[in-house]
Design a binder for this molecule. Structure first.
Ligand code: SF4
Length: 72
C-alpha cells in the first residue's frame, strides 16, 4: 500500500509527526510536514508503506485536520 500526501495544503499542526515520527518530520524552512523517503509526483508526494504500519498510518490520516493524507 501507499501513502499519498498533498503537502501544499499542510497547516503544520504536527499531529502526523507526533503519531508517527518514523515517517514524518516538520520542515525548518516552511513549517509543513515532510513525508520521509517520498517521491514528489505532480502536486503530491507518495511512498510505499509496510503492511504492519497500515493501522498507524490510518490513524495519522484520520487525525490530520485538513485531510491531506490518503492511503491507496
Ligand atoms: S497532520 Fe496534516 S496538517 Fe498536520 S502537519 Fe501533518 S500533514 Fe500537515
Amino acid at each position: 500500500m501507499k501513502i499519498v500526501y498533498y503537502r501544499d495544503k499542510c497547516i503544520g499542526c504536527g499531529a502526523c509527526v507526533e503519531h508517527f515520527p518514523e515517517l514524518w518530520s516538520l520542515s525548518n524552512e516552511d513549517g509543513k510536514a515532510c513525508l520521509k523517503e517520498a517521491k514528489k509526483i505532480k502536486n503530491f508526494f507518495m511512498r510505499e508503506i509496510q503492511f504492519e504500519d497500515i493501522d498507524a498510518v490510518k490513524k495519522t490520516a484520520n487525525d490530520c485536520p485538513v485531510n491531506i493524507i490518503k492511503i491507496s
